[in-house]
Design a protein. Structure first.
Length: 105
């Protein structure tokens, strides 16, 4: 019993760290890109990470930044197209993009 409680605490701490690591990585890359705004590959990768975490509007913006820096970077165009297609088929994602339509008008 004396060994059970420390093992339980270690398990809980490990689980918390595993759950936090993707968020920390995404945040860190976002902070690094502030210092390197012309890193079009970095912006595209950041968009991919954001999309995987369900942050579709931020991913859209990251892909747009990548294409603004290098309009010939095909990977960003492909990922943005994939995101838009996903948005067209999933209404919950489309709702998160409704602010884009109102900003354009």
């Amino acid at each position: 019993m004396a060994l059970f409680i420390p093992l339980l605490i270690a398990g809980i701490v490990t689980l918390c760290l595993i759950m936090m690591i993707p968020s920390l990585v995404t945040h860190t890359i976002g902070q690094l890109l502030i210092a390197r705004p012309n890193d079009f590959e970095g912006w595209c990768y950041y968009g991919t990470l954001l999309e995987r975490r369900g942050h579709y509007l931020q991913a859209y913006n990251a892909y747009q930044k990548s294409m603004a820096v290098n309009p010939h970077y095909e990977e960003a165009w492909k990922r943005l197209d994939k995101l838009i297609r996903k948005m067209e088929t999933d209404t919950t994602i489309a709702d998160s993009f409704s602010s884009l339509d109102s900003d354009v008008v």
